[in-house]
Design a protein around this ligand. Structure first.
Ligand SMILES: N[C@@H](CCC(=O)N[C@@H](CS)C(=O)NCC(=O)O)C(=O)O
Length: 175
């Protein structure tokens, strides 16, 4: 059975849980408390090179880290990823955008507040680039419903347009 090490409160873990559920894949979810350093134990790096969650154990002793690699692995051969070359590249475009422009500012701000309970001052330097990422997403979605290929895909993940208002609230200090 698939096993996932994660915390459902983390957006990048949530998108793995979401896809597993959408695909109806049986799995064991192993809550990993990063506040208690459970991803930083001496054993964990043997499973995950970067000592982070989410982490998928797709076969006994076979691990895959990085949320977007996990999504790509799980979605292979399903309607979430059975696309032509151009559409696949567009899906990748938005998944890389998420990692470089969204997650470091919005995902981490949310984690500081929701998971770690850190004061809002830690998010101050993330506010400007966070809003910039949301503006890019809003502009792209102004006249289309989905990020890539005109349909729902793993590119939606945590950056689905419907969740943009919540992200603006997050940058104002809400969880
Ligand atoms: N690029 C990675 C980011 C993973 C990541 O930063 N995970 C956070 C939780 S949201 C984590 O494990 N933090 C604990 C730590 O760094 O010790 C992905 O998309 O999976």
């Amino acid at each position: 059975m698939l096993r996932v090490y994660g915390d459902i409160l983390s957006g990048i873990c949530y998108k793995v849980k979401l896809l597993l559920t959408q695909l109806g894949l049986e799995h064991q979810w192993i809550f990993t408390d990063i506040r208690a350093g459970q991803s930083r134990t001496p054993e964990f790096p043997a499973k995950s090179p970067n000592g982070r969650i989410p982490l998928l154990e797709h076969a006994p002793g076979r691990f895959l880290a990085e949320s977007n690699a996990i999504l790509s692995f799980l979605a292979e051969g399903t309607p979430f990823l059975a696309w032509d070359r151009v559409e696949w590249a567009e899906v990748l475009q938005w998944m890389f955008f998420e990692q470089y422009s969204h997650e470091p500012y919005i995902g981490t701000s949310r984690n500081y507040i929701a998971l770690l309970g850190e004061p809002a001052k830690y998010i101050a330097r993330r506010v400007k680039p966070g809003y910039a990422a949301l503006t890019v997403m809003e502009r792209h979605l102004k006249d289309r419903q989905y990020f890539a290929g005109g349909r729902y895909s793993i590119a939606e993940g945590t950056q689905s347009g419907r969740r943009i208002p919540g992200r603006r609230a997050c940058l104002r200090g809400g969880a």
